[in-house]
Ligand binder design. Sequence first.
Ligand SMILES: [Zn+2]
Length: 147
Amino acid sequence: MRSIKRIFVHCTAGNQHQKIADLQAEFKRKGWKNPGYNYVIQADGTITQLLGEQFVSNGVKGYNSTSINVAYMGGIASDGKAVDNRTPEQKESLLKLLKELKGRYPKAEIMGHRDISPDTNGNGIVDPWERIKECPCFDAKEEYKEL
Ligand SMILES: [Zn+2]
């Protein structure tokens, strides 16, 4: 098994009711051999494994070989802006899945995709303006710090 250092939480940054097959097609269009995430959680809370945990998904450039990537469908408002639109079902499933993963990889750190953005001014924290992107549109480090 790979050594897992991080569990990244993402949003798909697309329609919350997108079908799994359409998401997969998107990855194919990008020319990716593997999907962007190991797991994706739909609006109704259904957890779908897109890729076995032993395989490398395409979630965070430069970090994928030691990471598991998990995403919830959504994260974009109708005006195109980033929004935390997780449904209660998605929140519940996300928590359940992250607990399981943390159980399997106790040393792995749970964080949001945006938390990996470079600390460009070197003040030790990633300021909001330094974030490459908003993904997953909420503070995953804070929300799951007890896991
Ligand atoms: Zn992401």
